[in-house]
Ligand binder design. Structure first.
Ligand code: NAD
Length: 353
């Protein structure tokens, strides 16, 4: 298949693109604006691979998107490009409205124009997968799970902008018969996650001897999924999912933030002990809670499991261990971000060729 992936230089996107190219043998056009979160070092191993091409372009640029669709003629679109960090959305919501809502609208329009020109056979093959988050469902109490029928109740500018984009994607399916699928996934972890998200923050602050910040009392609960399992779920949904359907994706792996932080500290104690022999837990510092911080997210992934046969493969404990080990083994990748040098190595042109 020819797959147009948006946001493929980000955390999940780079893991997905690698899997699509090296494990499934697809041809990928990777469309990414290379914002602060996009990093072509995350795709260094695919350099020279004829099945992958990275084009620096903004999904809000209608002319660029139309040209990319016309030139590449994708069979599938996997839309991951987004502003994705909740704290940034609180400090500066404008970029979230622009990319997540206007950008998704622009991409849907380009996909629609492309779809309407296809032959019947190519239309049967065409799919648009919109990748979203469980945060659109709002906050759970101590019990219960988000299902595909849970009403939307977003609380942060990030989750509200993703909710809006989900509604747009479904509206393009209902109104224009674009073959859209939507996925809503829980928190991902694994290699190549930008060091502003909880797990890399904990690991890198710990290693630098800095305070490890934990919001509130660390009581918030998240369901964690290994990124390669998410990527495989996305491939399963676009290959086998029913058009117009939504699939929740989760790891059945709920953790209180404080328990996860302690686990990461314990793994570091074992894999890279502090010089003074004390535990990294000494560095944990509780900080003022995030405004509107949802208490608990948890996914019911029964539908994707029973209907499409997907289940996560990664064992939870070994997944966190592998992730800590990956950050220990890839300090060049993280230090290029921390010293800003990764930003200097942009692609030559902002326009698609
Ligand atoms: P990320 O921030 O690591 O990557 C986002 C990518 O999108 C970056 O490469 C960035 O350069 C690109 N991008 C941003 N604005 C763009 C624009 N206007 N045009 C083109 N490219 C642009 O995000 P991520 O964590 O990999 O998340 C990917 C997707 O998965 C997002 O849609 C997010 O909402 C969703 N999601 C993430 C998680 C998670 O735990 N990280 C969980 C569920 C769903």
């Amino acid at each position: 298949m020819k797959i147009l992936v948006t946001g493929g230089a980000g955390f999940i996107g780079s893991n997905l693109v690698r899997q699509l190219v090296t494990e499934h043998g697809h041809d990928v056009l990777n469309v990414d604006a290379l914002t602060y979160a996009g990093n072509r070092h995350s795709l260094a191993d695919l350099e020279g691979n004829a099945r992958h091409r990275l084009v620096q372009a903004d999904i809000c640029d209608a002319a660029a998107m139309q040209k990319l669709f016309a030139d590449f003629a994708p069979d599938w679109v996997m839309h991951l490009a987004a502003e994705s960090h909740v704290d940034r959305s609180i400090d500066g919501p404008g970029a979230f409205i622009q990319t997540n809502i206007t950008g998704t609208f622009t991409l849907l329009q380009a996909a629609r124009a492309h779809f309407e020109k296809l032959t019947c056979e190519a239309r049967d093959r065409f799919r648009f997968l919109h990748v979203s988050t469980d945060e659109v469902y709002g906050s759970l109490g101590a019990t219960g799970l988000f299902t595909e029928e849970t009403p939307y109740d977003p609380h942060s500018p990030y989750s509200a902008s993703k909710a809006a984009s989900d509604h747009l994607a479904r509206a393009w399916a209902d109104t224009y018969k674009l073959p859209v699928l939507v996925t809503n996934c829980s928190n991902n972890y694994g290699p190549f996650q930008f060091p502003e998200k909880l797990i890399p923050v904990v690991i890198l602050k710990a290693l630098r001897g800095e305070a490890i910040p934990v919001y509130g009392k660390g009581e918030n609960i998240r369901d964690w999924l290994y990124v390669a399992d998410h990527a495989e779920a996305l491939h399963t949904v676009i290959s086998k999912g029913r058009i117009g359907q939504t699939y929740n994706i989760g790891g059945n792996n709920e953790r209180r933030n404080i328990d996860l932080v302690r686990l990461l500290c314990a793994l570091l104690d074992e894999l890279r002990p502090r010089a003074d022999g004390l535990s990294y837990t000494k560095q944990i510092t509780f900080v003022t809670d995030r405004p509107g911080h949802d208490l608990r997210y948890a996914i019911d992934a029964t539908k994707i499991k029973t209907e499409l046969g997907w289940t996560p493969k990664q064992d939870h404990t070994s997944g966190f261990r592998q992730t800590v080990q990956w950050y220990l083994d890839n300090e060049t990748w993280t230090s290029a971000i921390l010293n800003g040098s990764y930003k200097l190595e942009r692609l030559g042109s902002a326009a698609p060729d």
